[in-house]
Design a protein around this ligand. Structure first.
Ligand SMILES: [Zn+2]
Length: 70
């Protein structure tokens, strides 16, 4: 049976997984252009400007509120 030559310590294992986790986190924070309004938005998130995700309207945006006349 093939056996690992040395035991991987808890700290080495944790260190490795922390890097994987960081990579995943960075991917989540990636910036892409919105397919609808072409503004920079976070990847895997609904566009906060037009409410589109994957080419579909997901969140209806409220109409621009007019400032009450002073
Ligand atoms: Zn958009």
């Amino acid at each position: 049976m093939a056996n690992p030559k040395k035991k991987i310590t808890h700290s080495r294992k944790g260190n490795r997984y922390s890097k994987v986790k960081m990579r995943f986190r960075n991917r989540q924070g990636e910036l892409i252009h919105c397919g609808h309004c072409n503004r920079l938005i976070r990847a895997h998130h609904v566009c906060p400007y037009c409410g589109y995700y994957d080419g579909k309207l997901v969140v209806k945006q409220e109409q621009k509120k007019e400032k009450p006349a002073a």
